[in-house]
Write a protein that binds this ligand. Structure first.
Ligand code: DLL
Length: 433
């Protein structure tokens, strides 16, 4: 089944005409309403009317996460706040988040795009979907919620955490779809196992996973454990949230909602445009977004675009798995974590030095984050009570800033590795899978 056959199976030439029309509007709106874009354009003598073909998009300067941070909270908005009906946010490199504003039309388009992805993955009106993404400023919970409702699927908005209760609801309500990060859903299966709940108590048949990627082996494991089809869908707060692209039942790349989001692949070093099938950084331009339009937003996600038609009949470009990121952001349990956030907590805490190391592991199927930090001197080394309370204090502050739990380990002075070149603070042991 295809949610919006007219657009999802459109011939490429017709699609390009629609994209060009939308692009011209988007550029004009951004130029006229957001001083940031106007200044960028004026500086290089670019005017909206210079965008005559899709290829002309390459004349537009890139937008980066730093630009959004510099314009926090509302300066990237292209319409007055009274037109904005929802705000979402995601963590940035400093304490300040990245803000996204949605008009009523943006919300309609958002749920339309998410609906396409749900149906492509095999979601149907008679399904019951349990959302185990966190609700709140994160776009995952609300984003999937409204898309599922649009399809007519019964939503169980249980949100994340309280895993035993999740499992109870999942059994009692007979959920057929689970929506969440792959690592959390894997963790849920471990808990179900520990509790001795037999597999037959669950009716799940489909997993809609996103917010982070999953390897093929992790996908297979999820499929076996739950008896589901494990699909991935992609998005980011800056662009809209989930709904940018998603896998169909053939699990062979994520179909891009190209009439709303225009993708490009660039060389992250030179900024030059790369061709289909070539690996590079994904850059997205929002074609219809009213609240916070993004022109050539650099996602920092490394991937490839595949133009081959898909077995499912959709004609959209398919995005490959995210192969990595160009910055130091790590995703732990679906939450974006920047080493700089951890550093800022450590640096403002007494009795510890500036040397630290972050270790990310996958324990079973759950991510874990450990922060090792050196004591500033030997003063506290033998004082167990003081060490315990210092660890607790750091743990608490990290939880407040990162919104996830980290293990904290204090180590003796001068025991962590020192660097002569760039410091490598993050050891991501998950990459060795
Ligand atoms: O994670 C939006 C989302 C929520 C997408 C739920 C899908 C489902 P942010 O918190 O802003 O937004 O994080 C965006 O997460 O740049 C990628 O690095 C990563 N990411 C998201 N989905 C995937 C995926 C949401 N399916 C950042 N595969 C992005 C790989 C993903 N990485």
């Amino acid at each position: 089944m295809i949610w919006n056959e007219e657009i999802e199976c459109i011939n490429r030439k017709e699609l390009e005409e629609i994209q060009l029309k939308h692009l011209k509007n988007a550029v004009e709106r951004a130029y006229n309403n957001v001083p940031f874009y106007r200044e960028r354009f004026d500086k290089i003598g670019l005017r909206p009317e210079h965008i005559k073909t899709l290829k002309d998009i390459e004349k537009i300067p890139f937008t980066t996460k730093d630009d959004l941070r510099d314009n926090y909270p509302y300066k990237m908005f292209a319409c007055p706040l009274k037109k904005i009906v929802r705000l979402h946010a995601s963590s940035g490199t400093t304490g300040k988040p990245i803000v996204a504003g949605y008009t009523r039309k943006d919300l309609d388009i958002w749920s339309e795009c998410v609906a396409r992805i749900i149906v492509a993955a095999g979601g149907r009106e008679d399904d019951l979907a349990q959302i185990v993404f966190g609700y709140g400023m994160f776009t995952g919970g609300f984003g999937l919620h409204y898309g599922l409702e649009k399809v007519g699927i019964t939503v169980i908005p249980s949100s994340s955490g309280n895993s035993e209760r999740q499992l109870m609801l999942m059994q009692d309500f007979g959920a057929t779809i689970v929506v969440g990060t792959p690592s959390y859903v894997m963790y849920l299966s471990e808990i179900a196992e520990e509790l001795g709940i037999p597999k037959k108590n669950f009716k799940l048949r489909l997993g809609l996973f996103g917010g982070e990627g999953h390897t093929e082996s992790m996908g297979k494991e999820l499929e076996e454990r739950w008896g589901i089809l494990a699909t991935s869908n992609y998005g980011l707060t800056e662009v809209i949230g989930p709904g940018v692209s998603g896998e169909c039942i053939y699990q062979d790349g994520m179909h891009f909602c190209e009439d709303h989001f225009y993708p490009e692949i660039i060389d992250p070093e030179t900024g030059e445009t790369k061709g289909y099938g070539e690996e590079g950084e994904l850059v997205i331009t929002t074609l219809t977004k009213e609240g916070t339009p993004m022109l050539r937003y650099r996602t920092k996600d490394i991937t490839v675009l595949n133009p081959e038609p898909c077995k499912c009949g959709r004609t959209s470009l398919r995005m490959g798995k995210v192969l990595g990121r160009t910055d130091d952001m790590i995703i732990v349990k679906g939450v974006n974590v920047f080493p700089s956030q951890i550093e800022s907590v450590l640096l403002e805490t007494e009795h510890i030095g500036p040397h630290y190391q972050i270790v990310v592991r996958r324990e079973g199927y759950m991510d874990s984050l450990e922060v090792m930090v050196e004591l500033a001197n030997r003063e506290l080394v033998d004082n167990f009570r003081a060490l315990e309370s210092l660890e607790e204090n750091i743990r608490h502050k990290l939880r407040t800033v990162l919104q996830i739990d980290a293990k904290v380990r204090l180590v003796e002075p001068k025991t962590l590795e020192r660097f002569t070149g760039k410091a490598k603070r993050v050891i991501d042991l998950r990459k060795q899978e």
